[in-house]
Design a protein. Structure first.
Length: 702
């Protein structure tokens, strides 16, 4: 376990223990709460049906305090059912929430020159399902406030605790707010909980107890809203973007106020499956280096045997993969699988889809108490095997009709897994063989050494090779040699099809900058040097295609940068979900080429971007890649990838060798970067700076 992970767990355990002890301590009387005019008359707790423990924990926290009338705060509390992001129907298109927003709205709350430089103000961002669900939950709270019995209501999310001195801070703030709006029946909106947006919040009319925010407050975990304030919010809908961002634009008409310091805080041990739409943009701009989501463990829910109705796409296989199972799919017409083969397959894979099991293998599977069965409507396992013979307590039948989110509940209930807050996938065409195991069994191929296992993805989407990988001679490398490419750029002048970029990514010590590109008759020079300013110590150059490509052949003449700590990259990449096919030339080993594949499951837009290590291996080139230009090619076809150098195939992969083959459209990228970790290319040697990689004659064939 990493040291930071251990310390984080200890911190959460200490916090949880301290809050458990504090639940027995009286917190005091908060005179701002109570019955009658000028009081906060009710507390609304936004809580998911699947989180009853959070509700009880919040009620225990509220029970530590009493109202002006001596009543426990928990007694004036009411639960509001939160909209669940895992319910696809609940987060479907709605007139209440605009599910895209311009980055300019985020920058209004938290300005950042780097983010604006990278994307501009008009770049559209799509909300995650979690953000839509949160917005709709708060909208329901506003509707309740308008029609409820109290003129002022405290709206609480269920992962909060009251800070030390909260009672006094809330009373002082409420008194000051009530005095400011004595002629209007009290404040319309008062933040008791918030996060200052990176310390950039604009404050006005501040006093000891509170201030008037102009902009710059995140989170809606605890705020007092009046009936009139709720009407204003409902009238201003639709909510555009994350609701805590959108409400900053309403501060003026709401005459919003906030306590000088938050009196209500979010718990450290709450845990959340929230996913934030802005995170990938912050990472690409180099503002954050953490991933938006934690790398998941491979689920122990298998073994699973599944049969489909033989749709045109691998929908069910993709869904099982998204749940964290290692999935192998069959066409269904292969030679029947005997018992020995069946046991061998289950030793590697967690789920098998459309397997042509022999009758003996089928009976063996039924006899095993741990095997679960999943069937689409009209599926026929093993020919005419009677469905009544399947154990009912270990079998799930998916609904009839087209693929939809109604497929998640029966599948996840059987596997005892939480349904993901993602649409049920359509999946890739079956003909693309994404989940087929096409690894060779012949020992005739030459071997290629994988890197150490610490560089490998240990997830449901990659196999850890125990021996050398076979490198297969490719038959399609020269298939387009006589065809006209759809893109050909000499790169001697700036290209509109392959423009320079100013994004970066987690783990890169260099920020990309247009000044890091220099065009001349040799091509485009990507120059990495020390940065005069900014959050990263180096600046460098990169470029990428405007267009995304679904399969094709991608070629460039490259002279790599020499020096430890430098990586010259030529690769295909996409996010949501993250998929990638790499060529990387590391400056510390210029006689070798690193190839890599990253696979994450899901349809386009699925927020699964795990796997930041991939499945890399190094290829001996037989020359120094930094001394002269050589032609490097990636051939990416359904179920197949090959890499060639100067027209000679040096490595190829098929399905599950050791990962599925990426299937979604990707953009072509090139860059020169400096890894934070020394493991990939060594520690950077600043004596070689400025360092240069040169690219020319970029060609793309479909």
């Amino acid at each position: 376990m990493k040291l930071q992970e251990f310390s984080g767990r200890v911190e959460r355990l200490v916090f949880r223990a301290s809050r458990a002890l504090m639940s027995f301590c009286y917190g005091g009387q908060i005179s701002a709460f109570g019955a009658g005019k000028g009081k906060i008359g009710e507390i609304l707790i936004v809580n998911l049906d699947r989180q009853p423990k959070r509700l009880q924990r919040t009620l225990r926290e509220l029970a530590r305090f009493r109202t002006d009338d001596g009543v426990l705060l928990s007694s004036i509390s009411r639960r509001l059912t939160a909209v669940d992001a895992r319910d696809g129907r609940a987060v479907a298109a709605t007139a209440d929430v605009d599910q895209t927003y311009p980055i300019g709205e985020h920058l209004h709350v938290q300005p950042d020159a780097r983010l604006e430089e990278c994307f501009g103000l008009k770049e559209r961002v799509r909300l995650t399902r979690q953000e839509v669900a949160v917005a709709r939950s708060h909208i329901e709270a506003w509707k309740y406030v308008v029609n409820g019995p109290a003129n002022h209501v405290l709206v609480l999310e269920d992962d909060i605790w009251f800070a030390h001195g909260a009672a006094l801070a809330i009373d002082r703030g409420w008194l000051a707010a009530s005095n400011r709006f004595a002629n209007e029946g009290g404040p319309r909106l008062l933040y008791l909980s918030y996060e200052d947006a990176g310390g950039t919040a604009e404050r006005a009319d501040a006093c000891e107890a509170l201030f008037r925010p102009i902009r710059g407050l995140w989170h809606l975990s605890g705020y007092v809203l009046s009936r009139e304030g709720a009407r204003i919010l409902l009238h201003a809908m639709p909510v555009v973007g994350p609701v805590d961002m959108w409400i900053n634009r309403r501060f003026g008409e709401l005459k919003a106020l906030a306590l000088s310091s938050p009196a209500i805080l979010q718990r450290l041990d709450g845990g959340s499956d929230n996913c934030y739409s802005i995170m990938p943009y912050l990472a690409r701009a180099g503002i954050v280096d953490s991933n938006a989501v934690e790398v998941p463990n491979r689920t122990p829910a298998g073994p699973v045997l599944a049969w489909t109705a033989k749709r045109d796409s691998d929908s069910l296989a993709m869904a099982l993969s998204m749940l964290g199972l290692r999935v192998r799919a069959f066409d269904g017409h292969e030679t029947p699988i005997d018992e020995g083969q069946f046991r061998a397959i289950l030793a590697t894979f967690d789920a098998i889809v459309d397997a042509p099991l022999s009758m003996a293998s089928m009976l063996t599977a039924i006899a095993r108490s741990d095997v679960k069965f999943v069937l689409e409507a009209e599926a026929r396992p093993c020919g005419e095997f009677p469905l009544s013979s399947l154990p009912s307590n270990r079998t799930a039948f998916l609904p009839t009709g087209e693929v939809s989110d109604t497929f998640w509940p029966p599948l996840c209930n059987l596997l005892q897994l939480a349904p993901p807050a993602l649409p049920f996938p359509t999946g890739p065409p079956r003909a693309w063989r994404v989940f087929r195991d096409d690894r060779a069994t012949s020992s005739d191929y030459k071997s290629t050494s994988p890197l150490k296992n610490w560089l490998m993805d240990d997830s449901a989407w990659a196999l850890l090779p125990q021996r050398d990988w076979p490198s297969r001679p490719g038959s399609s490398t020269n298939s387009h040699s006589l065809a006209t490419p759809i893109v050909h750029e000499s790169m001697t002048i700036p290209s509109q099809l392959l423009p320079g970029g100013i994004e970066t990514f987690p783990g890169n010590l260099a920020a990309f900058d247009l000044d890091g590109l220099d065009h001349d008759m040799d091509g485009v020079h990507l120059v990495l040097n020390k940065a005069a300013k900014g959050p990263r110590p180096y600046r460098s150059g990169s470029f990428a295609s405007v267009q995304s490509f679904g399969h094709g052949r991608f070629q460039a003449e490259i002279k790599g940068a020499r020096g430890a700590g430098l990586v010259t990259g030529f690769f295909l990449h996409r996010a949501s979900p993250r998929q990638e096919i790499d060529i990387e030339l590391t400056g510390d080993e210029p006689q070798r080429m690193l190839v890599n594949v990253y696979f994450n499951p899901g349809d386009a837009g699925t927020a699964l971007d795990f796997g930041y290590r991939g499945s890399p291996c190094k290829i001996d080139l037989g020359f120094d890649a930094t001394q002269d230009f050589h032609v490097y090619t990636i051939e990416w076809r359904p179920g197949f990838i090959s890499w060639s150098v100067d027209g000679v195939t040096v490595h190829s992969r098929v399905g599950w060798d050791p990962s599925p083959i990426p299937h979604l459209p990707m953009r072509l990228h090139a860059n020169l970067w400096a890894p934070r970790s020394d493991e990939l290319a060594g520690r950077i040697d600043e004596s070689v700076l400025p360092a240069t990689a040169v690219f020319k004659n970029i060609s793309i064939w479909e």
